[in-house]
Design a protein around this ligand. Structure first.
Ligand code: PEP
Ligand code: MG
Length: 323
């Protein structure tokens, strides 16, 4: 079976009825790239850049970051690379970033919220990204957006840095796509509001589920509430995809759910365009989507959205997907 799967590494990601999808990889460092290429990823759907900042004593410089982003873009050789700006805070801490202790770090100053407070850090990263953009197909993605003003502010700072670089005579790509993660319920519910101002969405189900269910994603005692197939979660995901479709932008997913064999048929049916997962899940996902018909799963997803419990949905999918 491994040998059979291996052959799929060179194949496109196509459904049984001929619809093309993007099956991309999540990475945390350049060490992950070999696996990404071996598994025939259609791109990188999430580069978690916080790992550049962790396990060291000071912030990475613009030049260090530039070299890493350039390397990733070159390795992917023209395939899409979605690089997420710093998502520190919550469970990811930096010893050298002295921040006041918070009683609810997951609801506190993390990710883009922190970047907008510490603009120096943010600008350094954006400059590195903009400079690297000429070496491949770069998409920039902002994490943890709840309100439009955060998105607008982040985009304003990005454009300021672009203008500065251009004035300095530095080349910047004219075709960078700018998008946001949908991982806060407010952003999912209001996805139509955001869709007008971004080029793409990527649904971060790891956080979206924890915030929707009010259940810490690391807490075993409430793990029973962490329900990816709960109809409430599926409805949120569906709302986001519908909003993207209406606005003419693409919708992806980079949470764990995107590589899950039970979730994939439903996500395909709802019309998700891009699935980003750990590299090891790509070939099994490609094999699965090759056996699925999109119109058939569009109808089945409709049924699942009307169910009452996660268990019903799980059973429903398991009975209908190819074994
Ligand atoms: C997510 O929240 O789903 C996500 C992809 O981001 P992270 O797991 O890095 O919080
Ligand atoms: Mg997240």
């Amino acid at each position: 079976r491994r040998v059979q799967l291996k052959r799929l590494a060179e194949q496109p990601s196509v459904t049984a009825d001929g619809q093309h999808l993007e099956l991309a990889a999540n990475i945390g460092s350049i060490e992950d790239l070999d696996k990404v290429l071996e598994n025939g990823a259609d791109g990188v759907g999430l580069f978690r850049t916080e790992f550049l900042y962790m396990g060291r004593n000071s912030f990475p410089t613009e030049e260090e970051q530039f070299q890493i982003y350039k390397h990733v873009l070159e390795k992917l050789d023209g395939k899409r690379v979605v690089i997420r700006t710093l998502d520190i805070g919550g469970d990811k801490e930096l010893p050298y970033l002295e921040l006041p202790k918070e009683s609810n770090p997951f609801l506190g100053l993390r990710a883009l919220r922190l970047c907008l407070k510490r603009e120096d850090l943010f600008r350094t990263q954006l400059r590195a990204l903009l400079r690297a953009s000429v070496h491949g197909k770069l998409n920039i993605m902002f994490p943890m957006i709840a309100v439009l003003s955060e998105l607008r502010e982040a985009k304003r700072i990005l454009e300021e840095e672009r203008a500065k670089l251009e004035q300095e005579g530095v080349q910047v790509s004219g075709s960078i796509e700018v998008g946001m993660m949908i991982e806060i319920p407010a952003a999912a519910i209001g996805a139509d509001i955001f869709a007008k101002e971004v080029d793409f969405f990527s649904i971060g189900t790891n956080d979206l589920i924890q915030y929707t269910m009010a259940a810490d994603r690391m807490n075993e005692s409430v793990a029973y509430l962490y329900q990816p197939y709960h109809p409430s979660i599926l409805r949120l995901v569906n709302m986001v995809i519908r909003a993207a479709e209406r606005a003419g932008i693409w919708a992806g997913m980079c949470g764990e759910m995107a590589g899950d064999q039970t979730a994939i048929p439903l996500l395909l049916g709802m019309g998700l365009d891009e699935f980003s997962m750990s590299a090891g899940s790509i070939l099994p996902a490609r094999e699965l989507v090759g056996q699925l018909s999109k119109p058939e799963w569009a109808a089945l997803a409709e049924e699942a959205l009307a169910m009452s419990t996660q268990e019903e949905v799980q059973q429903f999918v398991k009975q209908r997907r190819p074994q």
